[in-house]
Design a protein around this ligand. Sequence first.
Ligand SMILES: *[C@@H]1O[C@H](CO)[C@@H](O)[C@H](O)[C@H]1NC(C)=O
Length: 347
Amino acid sequence: MKVLFPLLQVLLTSLVLSTIGSAAADDGDCSPAEGTCRVYNILGKPEEYTESTVPGVKLAVRRWTPDDVKSVVLFAHGGTYGAGFHSGYSDIMGKSFQEAGIAVISYDVAGSGYSDGLKDKNGNTLRNYFDSMDTLTNDFTKVLNDVRSQYPTKKVFAVGESFGCKILLAQIMKEQEQSKGSLADGYVFSGPVVQLLPEMLPPKPVIAVMSFIAKFFPMLTMPGTDFFSTFDLAFGDKAWAQTGRHDPFVIEAASIPPKLGMIISVLNSLKKLNDSLETIGVPFKIFVGENEGRVDVDAIKRLAKVAKSTDKDIEIVPGAYHQLFQDLPEVTQLVCRHIQEWILARS
Ligand SMILES: *[C@@H]1O[C@H](CO)[C@@H](O)[C@H](O)[C@H]1NC(C)=O
């Protein structure tokens, strides 16, 4: 074990790094307060909360509601575990959809943003942590059902970005397995995590050993990672990178080492998805930036190709990066407009 642990920690560190960023930034020490860097406005604490499927955990909810609702979106934010993102980054997207007559509901996933975290066995709240992918998919299904009962006559679509899409894909697989599964009327994936970049994954035998250890030590923490040297290339608009760098939630997330059980749950779920991409049968559209560098684009294209869905599409967005809702204004507006068109054509 003594030899094994350092080895695992090196591998896990590179694995975790791969999920949170890609290129070096040299301008991270400016100050928004002194006006030396441009930042976007992130929304603060919301007023509305809903119950998670985990007892006692409340999830922060945001809404963008038009006067005349033509269709409804439940949004799954990305950058969740390790990156500190939350639904407060979605205002530009939310407002754009609201103007197009589409209501948007979003919530911070458990342990991130303004939502409660799960508790450890001593009752301490765990930030940027989940015990299993099931918790995340169950919460999504729960909120989806809530939204359906709030809008019984409207179609309800799921829109995800990055790791939020991984939650949606796992949710689809789980609900498809049940005879009366709760599925959205269509799914939009923006820069989806279908697979991590292959070069960032530990070799398969190492993953097998990690899985074994995780059964006994799920709360084993991995060392902290050099988070901010790799943050900026997710963003086509550098002001968004600066916004993240100065966000207390992002700084907090960077300081919390991930737990082995959580990482293994994600890896197992990614493997299961990879082995059964063809079973995805829901209507969907994928958007991926031409300059996508943080997720496996080949796996995204494979999803578009092999899924058994009869209503599926993929659009490569020229000049765009990973976070399509935090790209240059013209890129984000184009992506929003194309998603709205896809949704309204099916509403
Ligand atoms: C995913 O599936 C593809 C095609 O079956 C395979 O080539 C690839 O090695 C798999 N990737 C992982 C990480 O299992």
